[in-house]
Design a protein around this ligand. Structure first.
Ligand SMILES: *Cc1c(COP(=O)(O)O)cnc(C)c1O
Length: 374
């Protein structure tokens, strides 16, 4: 028996509010089952799996309204592996990174550790706010997260532009927790990369990227043999394999299947603008709740910076936020704990596309109920 037992009316239909792995819809599981035995457990070099990969690539291009010449790449390893791939086969000499949380900082650290690159420029902002790009001669990659999952800060997708930006410099956006949940203009990026376990409600293990013709050209230049590049990190290989709906080594077929169904679901419902309206509704419910609350406040002070897919809510010292998460967890409402390294008295709640806005409304009632009884 939970110490605080929620009435059934305050238990969301689905209690998963984590930032990844995140809620998977039943329809995705049904689609996965439907691929038994024709696709699951069959060769990734044959048509059934290649067609599945092709469907995901086409669906993503449609979802992102991919401009002429942009392509969808994929490979094994997730966004973390993409950072290492970018360090080896995308950055020529020097990168600039906006860091306003854990994930932006990790890419910056990967570039800083590479002995063949110049020291990157790191533009850091305190967690809960964000920094801006600075035009800088000699920088050939400008990198930032579309959504910083560790803090719930969102940025606009804008190309590095203006005096002082070298011609040919690329804008590279970590969209792991944004893609499929926030609308954006693809022509404002050269590389928009992500893992599938957030708004795409799939499992981890792969990365996907929407890449511009300029990014493709850069990959081709960077991988011409002047620099040693481990084969699994070589983006030229990802490019040539992706064009054939293939991966260098075996991909997770279940991840692709869950992904395919989620992309189709979003496209069939109206695409990115529909998804963005849904996540804005869900996050709006939480921010409004926090602003009205006596004990809670949105962690991100500037409403313009507040994420519509990852909501962070601070509690004042009279409340132990970890006790709220614990009570919720005992009632089957999981993963509302804050990002572990942020170390705040906070709840972090995903409002990804798969999550029902009504479940978020129910969640606010559940939190109120717990607060009255702690
Ligand atoms: C989750 C996340 C990552 C890491 O993704 P992996 O699949 O674990 O490598 C990177 N960037 C952002 C913004 C994320 O939210």
């Amino acid at each position: 028996m939970p110490a605080i037992e929620l009435p059934t009316s305050l238990i969301p239909a689905d209690g998963r509010f984590g930032c990844g792995p995140s809620k998977i819809r039943d329809e995705q599981l049904a689609f996965l089952s439907s691929l038994q035995p024709t696709v699951l457990g069959t060769s990734h070099r044959q048509a059934p799996v290649k067609n599945l990969v092709g469907s995901v690539r086409e669906g993503l291009a449609q979802l992102f309204r991919a401009p002429e010449g942009y392509e969808i790449l994929l490979a094994n390893g997730g966004a973390t592996t993409f950072w290492d791939s970018a360090v080896h086969s995308l950055i020529s000499r020097r990168s600039q990174h906006l860091t306003f949380g854990e994930f932006g900082a990790k890419f910056g650290a990967a570039a800083a550790a590479a002995p063949f690159l110049e020291e990157p420029t790191i533009r850091k902002a305190e967690p809960g706010s964000r920094s801006e790009l600075l035009p800088q001669a000699g920088v050939d990659v400008y990198a930032y997260p579309h959504n910083e999952t560790s803090t719930g800060v969102m940025a606009d997708v804008r190309r590095a532009a203006g005096d002082g930006v070298d011609p040919g410099a690329l804008t590279v956006v970590d969209a792991t927790s944004a893609a499929g949940g926030i609308d954006f203009d693809a022509s404002e990026t050269d590389v928009y990369y992500f893992s599938p376990q957030k708004n795409f409600a799939s499992d981890g293990g792969l990365w996907f990227a929407l890449v511009s013709p300029a990014a493709i050209e850069r990959i081709e230049q960077q991988t011409n043999g002047d620099r040693y590049i481990p084969e699994s990190l070589n983006l030229a290989g990802a490019l040539s394999n992706s064009r054939l709906n293939q991966t260098l080594n075996t991909p997770a077929l279940a991840t692709l299947a869950l992904m395919d169904e989620q992309v189709r679901w979003i496209n069939d419902n109206g695409g990115l603008s529909w998804a963005a309206a849904r996540t804005a509704e869900s996050s709006g419910v939480l921010y409004e709740w926090a602003e009205k609350s006596e004990v809670a406040t949105p962690f991100v002070a500037d409403p313009q910076h507040r994420s519509q897919v990852v909501v962070t809510i601070d509690f004042d010292d009279s409340v132990d936020a970890s006790a709220i998460s614990k009570a919720l967890r005992e009632n089957g409402i999981v993963d509302t704990e804050p990002y572990r390294k942020l170390g705040r008295n906070q709840l972090r709640i995903a409002t990804f596309t798969a999550i029902e806005p009504d479940d978020v409304r129910t969640l606010t009632g559940a939190i109120d109920y717990v607060l009255e009884r702690l």
